[in-house]
Ligand binder design. Sequence first.
Ligand SMILES: Nc1ncnc2c1ncn2[C@@H]1O[C@H](COP(=O)(O)OP(=O)(O)O)[C@@H](O)[C@H]1O
Ligand SMILES: [Mg+2]
Length: 380
Amino acid sequence: MKHLSLTDFRNYRSADVELTRGVTVFVGPNGQGKTNLVESLSYLSTLASHRTSDDRALLRVGCDMAIVRALLRHGDRELLVEVQLNRAAANKAQVNRAAIRIRDLPRYFSSVLFAPEDLALVRGEPGVRRRFLDELLVQRTPRLVGVLADYERVVKQRNSLLKSARARGLRVDQLTTLDIWDERLVELGSEIIDERQALLDALAEPVRRGYQAVAGADHHPTLSLRLSTRGADPEEEDGAAVKIGEAAASTVDQFRAALTGARRRELDRGVSLLGPHRDDVLFELNDLPAKGYASHGESWSFALALRLGAAELLRAESTTGDPVLLLDDVFAELDSGRRALLARAVADYEQVIITAAVLDDIPPGLGAGLIHIQAGEVVP
Ligand SMILES: Nc1ncnc2c1ncn2[C@@H]1O[C@H](COP(=O)(O)OP(=O)(O)O)[C@@H](O)[C@H]1O
Ligand SMILES: [Mg+2]
C-alpha cells in the first residue's frame, strides 16, 4: 500500500498517510487513533472490524458516511480501492473509481492483523476461533463470503421455525417445512465444514513454523475441527452428544444423519444445535489442549503462530504480493524474548505496520519509519 486516506472514520475527520515498503511504526499515547487506523486497513481486506460487528461504530460520531481509500501497488500496476460506509444505506466499494460489488473488495487487498485481543483465540470462546477461520477462508476464497452469509440466513430461518413450532407445541413429525431448511443447512454447512477442514490442513505446517519462530521451541502445535455434527458440542458443557456413524461417512451424510438424530432435541430447545455455527477448533500443544493447559507465554506463542501461519499461507497463495502485516500494540503484551523473535519473524514481509504507545516496547533493529498519531491526526 502506498497511500491511505480516511474521511470521517472513527476519530479521523480526514487523514492522509504515505506508506513505504518495510516497517512503519505509528506511535502515540493511548486513545489517539492508532488502533482506528489499522482497523481501517483490516476492514479493507476482511470487510469487518475486529472490535465491533456494528459498522456504524466506524463512522465518526455525528457523520453519516465514512470513506477508507487506499492506493495499492500490485507489481508495477497501481490500483485505487475505496470503501464507503453508510449509516443508513448499504456500504459501497470502488476500484479505480468504478463501482464493484463490496464482497469483491478482499480480492484486491489482503492483510493480517495481530492484536492484543488475539489471546482469546486460544483462551476464549469457540466463536472467536470460528471467526478466525472464516475470515481467513474469505481472504483465500472470496466467493465463500456468499456461502457464509447464506448459511447464516438459513440458521436464522430455521431457528425461528423451531421456536414457533415449540411455542405451538408441534411434534417432530408435524414439521414438514423444516425439511426444506434442513437440506439447505446440510448443503451449505457441509461446504463450510469441508472448506474449514481444508484450511486447517493447509495451516498446519505454517502454524508449526510460526510457533517455532516465536517460541524458539517446537511444542507440536496442532489444530483440529471439533464438529457438532460428529458428536462434539463445544457450545455446551453438558450438551448430550449426538453419537452416530463412523468417521468414514461423507460430511453431507454425517450432517444429515446427525440432524435427524437431533431433531427432537432441537424442537425442545427451539434452536439449531448442529452445524458450523456450533463447531470449534481444538488447539493442542504436545497433545494437551492449549485452552486450560498452556501457560500465558505459550498461549501467546500459539496466538502469534496462528497469525503468522495465516500470513505465510496468504503470501504463498497470493498473486498480488505479500499480505500487509498489522501489529497493533502487540509488543506491549510480550516479554522481551518473544518481542525479538516476533520482530524477526515479520521482518521480511513487504510491508509491516506496527503501533505502540511507547517506542521502548518495540525491539531495536527493525529499521522502521516513524509516524506520530495525535488526537485523530497523523503527524509525520
Ligand atoms: N466512531 C467514532 N467517532 C469518533 N471517535 C471515536 C469513534 N470510535 C472511537 N473513537 C475514539 O477513538 C479513540 C480511540 O482510538 P484508538 O485507535 O482505539 O486509540 P489507540 O491510539 O489507543 O489505539 C477514543 O478516544 C474514542 O473515543
Ligand atoms: Mg490501540
